[in-house]
Design a protein. Structure first.
Length: 343
């Protein structure tokens, strides 16, 4: 068995079941299908079902699926989409029958992910035992009750634990796919895919998946202008007072509005954006590490190293090596040594 297509593309298998949500399957095909490097497609996406043939959707049409469960064992990534049947009474317990056999046959190291209530399948397969996981907030209590060994977090967009990932509702499936593309091929490829589909290039998994706001706020209370200004000035020291002033708000009001709209605090958001800027510079340029730290707003190579290690578990040089090879890392080390910077 091989996890690559004949032309070397990483193979992604999307598992669908009766009552599938077409938009979720379309998300996977559209996002992974657009990922390219030098004009070359990076992924092959296959749709598979319990048996090849016509599969009912939750809409007024069906889809004809050409591949059966055997496609799962031939994929490097398996993504389980949700089904409208997941929202009824849940039987709980382990997977049984052909689907259980298919998951048992997955090669070690296969990346497995779920969109929305597809997490119930991963839980039934035992893949989520002891791991953090999420699903649509409306189904989180059911997942927790039926599978108590799963560490359910209903308040995040997606989770990642080793090679097992889960996401919340439909929109967070977009975030999850972009996250996997970014993990595989870097921010530049993922950002290009995001631009092609007119979606936000990156939302951290820890952001809130559901924020109740029954009455729309007037435009004057939005914090969007402050966020846009901050993105243009990440290289500068930015204070909460400066951001609040961009919206003519008090610090207290701005902080509350920001958390309501972004799901995280202004400080957390700034750190995330600076990490993303640093990742982009590490991937796309040969700038020395201290210059990357300065341009991303971390001030020093040591600060950048600390934040990148906390977020991704890797040093700046190690991250650059993944995407640009040993030559760039050698340049980083030479620059750090010449400037008296820690490596």
């Amino acid at each position: 068995m091989t996890v690559f297509a004949d032309d070397g593309r990483h193979r992604v298998a999307v598992l669908v079941r009766a009552g599938l949500l077409p938009i979720e399957v379309g998300i996977v095909h559209r996002l992974f299908g657009q990922a390219r490097a030098g004009g070359r497609p990076l992924y092959e996406v296959l749709t598979c079902a319990l048996e090849p043939g016509v599969v009912r959707t939750d809409a007024d049409f069906s889809v004809n699926v050409e591949h059966g469960l055997g496609a799962l064992a031939e994929a490097g990534t398996v993504i389980v989409a949700s089904s409208d049947e997941d929202y009824g009474p849940q039987p709980g317990g382990p997977l049984r029958g052909p689907l259980a056999d298919a998951f048992d046959a997955l090669p070690p190291g296969t990346r497995v992910a779920s969109i929305c209530s597809g997490a119930f399948v991963l839980a039934a397969a035992g893949l989520l035992d002891g791991r953090p996981a999420t699903t649509h907030w409306q189904s989180a209590d059911d997942l927790r009750t039926l599978y108590p060994r799963v560490r359910v977090d209903p308040n995040v967009l997606y989770t990642e634990s080793g090679n097992v990932l889960t996401s919340a509702g439909v929109a967070s499936g977009i975030d999850l796919c972009l996250h996997m593309i970014r993990r595989d091929h870097g921010a530049a490829v993922a950002n290009e895919v995001a631009r092609g589909t007119i979606v936000a290039p990156h939302r951290e998994g820890g952001q809130a998946q559901y924020i109740a706001r029954p009455v729309p706020e007037p435009a004057v209370s939005s914090t969007g202008a402050a966020r846009a200004w901050a993105l243009e000035n990440l290289h500068r020291p930015l204070t909460l007072r400066q951001l609040a002033a961009r919206e003519s708000m008090s610090v207290r009001t701005f902080t509350r509005r920001f958390r309501e709209e972004a799901g995280i605090s202004p400080g957390q958001w700034l750190t995330q954006q600076r990490i993303e800027r640093a990742r982009q510079l590490l991937e796309e340029t040969d700038l020395p590490i201290d210059r990357v730290a300065e341009d991303a707003g971390f001030g020093s190579a040591g600060s950048l190293r600390q934040h990148l290690q906390a977020a991704l578990g890797v040093s700046p040089s190690g991250y650059r090596y993944t995407f640009r090879g040993s030559r760039a890392v050698d340049q980083d080390h030479s620059s750090a040594a010449g400037a008296g910077l820690p490596r």
